[in-house]
Design a protein around this ligand. Structure first.
Ligand SMILES: [Zn+2]
Length: 208
């Protein structure tokens, strides 16, 4: 009797979710697949051998990716991160300046609208200003860390300059406002030297 045997890799799905598929250029469903080599007899897997590694596969185009593709933000997360980050940073700067200056409020609303929150108005601003924060701990880290991973260095500088202009809308930066700007820069992953550069350039631009 003739025995037909061989080796073959079989995959099974061990998870699923949504990711950004670079081939499709958009958010797609993926399957997380784990592979294992089998010894086959008459094309039937009979003996499990070694694991051959996990991958992520797009369910639309079939492209396979390494697992670390899942650390990239989806398009939906990116679209959400910029407005959320600008909102948190603008509110922190307004708070540092007391929150009552009409010019600073207008500037903050423009910055938040410019980042994609089209219907942001006075009511939303008041609600954001009066929302509870941990004492002495502006809740900037989470929204800004999320926005930082997708902004290139020049875009981070633009972001920080936008926030600084809110503080400058009613005159020179106070110590609290300068501190808020440095905090925003730090959470964006900028060095203190980069932050100082952007802050002073923006100040010069405002007084020119
Ligand atoms: Zn795809």
């Amino acid at each position: 009797m003739l025995l037909i045997f061989g080796l073959r890799v079989f995959y099974r799905a061990v998870g699923q979710g949504t990711f950004h598929c670079q081939r499709c250029g958009g958010d797609r469903e993926y399957r997380h697949r784990a592979g294992r080599r089998w010894f086959t007899l008459f094309f039937i897997p009979v003996i499990p051998l070694n694991h051959v590694g996990d991958h992520v596969q797009c369910t639309v185009c079939g492209t396979r990716y390494r697992m670390d593709v899942l650390s990239l933000p989806t398009t939906a997360q990116m679209q959400e991160a910029l407005p959320a980050g600008m909102r948190a940073a603008a509110i922190a700067m307004l708070r540092a300046g007391g929150g009552s200056s009409a010019a600073a409020r207008r500037r903050a609303m423009d910055a938040i609208k410019g980042a994609g929150v089209a219907d942001y108005d006075d009511v939303a601003l008041d609600a954001d200003l009066s929302a509870a924060v941990m004492p002495g701990q502006p809740d900037l880290a989470e929204p800004l860390n999320r926005v930082a991973i997708q902004l290139a260095i020049p875009a981070r500088e633009w972001f920080l300059a936008e926030v600084v202009r809110i503080g400058l809308a009613d005159g020179m930066l106070s110590d609290d406002e300068r501190h808020a700007a440095r905090e925003v820069a730090a959470q964006l992953g900028m060095t203190p030297a980069q932050a100082r550069g952007v802050i002073s350039m923006t100040e010069e631009g405002a007084s020119a």
